[in-house]
Design a protein around this ligand. Sequence first.
Ligand SMILES: Cc1cc2nc3c(=O)[nH]c(=O)nc-3n(C[C@H](O)[C@H](O)[C@H](O)COP(=O)(O)OP(=O)(O)OC[C@H]3O[C@@H](n4cnc5c(N)ncnc54)[C@H](O)[C@@H]3O)c2cc1C
Length: 389
Amino acid sequence: MSYDADVLITGAGPGGCSAGIRLAEAGHDVLMLERDPLDAGPDITSGEVLALQTQIECEQLGVDLNADWAYERFRFVRNVYPDLSWTLHAIPEGMGHLAIDRGGFNAALRRRAVQAGARIVCEVTARDMELRADGAVVRTREGGEYRGRVLIDASGRHSVALNTLGLKEPEPEFQQIAVARFFESFEGTPPQAWDRHLYGDAGAMISGSQIRPGLFRYILEADLGVKQQGRMNPGEYYDYVARTYDPWIAERLEREPHVGGTWAMAPLAYRVAETVRDRLLLIGDAAGYLSPITGQGIEFAMRMGRLAAKTVGAALRAGDLTAGSFAEYVEARNAEVMTLAELVRMQLRLFRDRAALLRCAGDDEFRARVLLPLPVVERGSLLGRASVP
Ligand SMILES: Cc1cc2nc3c(=O)[nH]c(=O)nc-3n(C[C@H](O)[C@H](O)[C@H](O)COP(=O)(O)OP(=O)(O)OC[C@H]3O[C@@H](n4cnc5c(N)ncnc54)[C@H](O)[C@@H]3O)c2cc1C
């Protein structure tokens, strides 16, 4: 087979760029295929944030966070409990999540990949892929065909390899939907805080923050089953959860000025049967997804990109691109990323446990152990006044 590149990467998002930048910098010939333009313009569709480790991964890649696509940094977390009492927690300096324009962030990653020496073919959509004994072939909707010694599939939740090989499986424990709404103002959102309203029922949480001046996002994550039973559309489900558990949110839904429409995605979680085959590695959302509840999806994708780059670099040098030579990636992903995903799983379970959440409201020691080990700087109730402890 003749090759267009040593490493083909489908998808120039956080996972693909994390792998592509590292492999190109290590001197490998990298070709990335991306559906979007290099700079597709602003995108705040789901109002994403970069967790601390994501910011560290960015720094390691040479992506500057002092950019116009980086907005508010959280300095506090407010937990609102099922009885509508709340605790406000200070995040140590420099450790807060950073709200971003996802379009600007992706563009910065892609520019960095090009600077590192990777080639990116934009505005091509991978249609299917084929694994051969001597390489991987990706065919695009536009009629192109690209060949690499190895393929890293980083093309997200509807990845080309997942579709072609039928590797996607349901995640039975957490069948959830996310529904996001945006507002010009949202009276009472604590400044620079991630405001998490935990209801302990239907796996439901509504959480939000100011993304930048004049733009607030509040997003619902909740079990799909309840929505389907009630035959509700996403907006109706959002209203139902707010009305049932949270008059504070419900009141604001009525009166605060909405920006744009309601955005929804379901099911959020899914599993992937295999993450490596001969000449193929799956990373990021293409390797499975659990929940946006901790704002770590980009972090997990970038971690996997880093781990895949190390393994693929070694495999290329050794001239062995069989699944067996990717064992290091599988093990490192299990040790590093799947362990963290297990912590997210524990949080999701806690968010279904009303009694435990009610205990978190008043028992500082218990809360620090099971939910959040940060100091309380203020406490109060959405039904009454705040107090400083
Ligand atoms: C509601 C919601 C809120 C979230 N909030 C956060 C958050 O606050 N913080 C966080 O860290 N994570 C969050 N996530 C998760 C995060 O969005 C993903 O985990 C992360 O983007 C995964 O990165 P990736 O590189 O694997 O895939 P993606 O970001 O999906 O990137 C895939 C890339 O591949 C391209 N592509 C797709 N298909 C093709 C194709 N066929 N051919 C060519 N190119 C293709 C796409 O254009 C894209 O550039 C959220 C997820 C949801 C659903």
